[in-house]
Ligand binder design. Structure first.
Ligand code: NAD
Length: 286
């Protein structure tokens, strides 16, 4: 039977989440998505109007389908956490059951057990500010959306996972080395995510017999990356200085994600796997 994959953090066809969905679909998996609530309407409209049809095309000619598309906001665990201004926001008011716990409950009801859980989301409202100028609120928001969201997802979706399942997230080298421009506590959030990958690999490995890994991806001109501002410079820097001098394709990350979620990687857990044309090994610009 095909494996079932829940992917949180897809809102267009430009980012890593979409590419992972596509590679998993190519490998025969069924896919459901968790889409950030404020982005859901435009995603569904674009989808219906065929805007993604070209990117949905699989190698056998068919179009990638999604079993379910759920609204989700990964900074809220239960309805009790949601402040009134969000509840009343018109982009949220039309949707229901989008906190992490409610979303997991819907997936359990509609779909039963899953095999693969993908976290491909991040947000740092002060990403353009150096860490030295970041507010407490901005820092904690980055941690909440980009790090705790992963803990929360695994907490709520872990019980739905079949033994032998796999969980992955996306991280960035700024966790480990200084990347000027990746501010607002986003470097801190990625450092937490990488450390949590190890602890959660141990805990969820023992509790659910699932593996937990993270992919440290090279620069990609996704919507989130464009919001940071320096993505074109990063892509150029990588092109000039990485061992492999080519632009990173999102599908190259999708392929490694598919490998990590497959039985080929049955002994790989707790790892940060670099998919970055090798840029991270360089000590000096080449
Ligand atoms: P993207 O814009 O395709 O994905 C980010 C997604 O996060 C969006 O769909 C957005 O709607 C969603 N999101 C934001 N806040 C959310 C919330 N509170 N709840 C639910 N969803 C929320 O961009 P991407 O670059 O593909 O990002 C995916 C992952 O890859 C992120 O973790 C990012 O940090 C990581 N990454 C990106 C790069 C890069 O250069 N683009 C490099 C390394 C790692």
């Amino acid at each position: 039977r095909g494996k079932k994959a829940f992917i949180a953090g897809v809102a267009d066809d430009q980012g890593f989440g979409w590419a992972i969905a596509k590679c998993l679909a190519e490998a025969g998996a069924e896919i459901s998505l968790g889409v950030w609530v404020p982005a859901l309407n435009i995603f569904e409209t674009s989808f219906r109007r065929g805007k993604f049809d070209e990117s949905r095309r699989l190698s056998n000619g068919s179009l990638m389908e999604f079993a379910h598309i759920y609204p989700m906001d990964a900074v809220f665990d239960t309805m009790d956490d949601v402040p009134a201004d969000v509840k009343d926001n018109k982009r949220y008011a039309g949707n229901e059951g989008w906190t992490v716990s409610e979303c997991a409950a819907k997936v359990a009801k509609d779909w039963g057990k899953i095999d693969i859980l993908v976290h491909s989301l991040a947000n740092g409202p002060e990403v353009q500010k150096p860490l030295l100028e970041t507010s407490r609120r901005g820092y904690l928001a980055a941690m909440s959306a980009s790090s705790y969201s992963f803990v929360s997802l695994l907490q709520r979706f872990g019980p739905l996972m079949n033994e032998g399942g796999a969980v992955i997230s996306l991280t960035y080298v700024a966790a480990d080395r200084v990347i000027p421009g990746y501010g607002g506590g986003m470097s801190s959030a990625k450092a937490a995510l990488e450390s949590d990958t190890k602890v959660l690999a141990y805990e969820a490995g023992r509790k659910y017999s699932v593996r937990v890994n993270t992919i440290s991806a090279g620069p990609l001109g996704s919507r989130a990356a464009k919001a940071i501002g320096f993505i074109d410079d990063m892509i150029r820097y990588s092109y000039e200085n990485a061992p492999i001098q080519k632009e990173l394709a999102a599908t190259e990350v999708g392929a490694v994600a598919t490998f990590l979620c497959s039985p080929l990687a049955s002994a790989v857990t707790g790892q940060t796997v670099y998919v970055d044309n090798g840029l991270s090994i360089m000590g000096l610009a080449g």
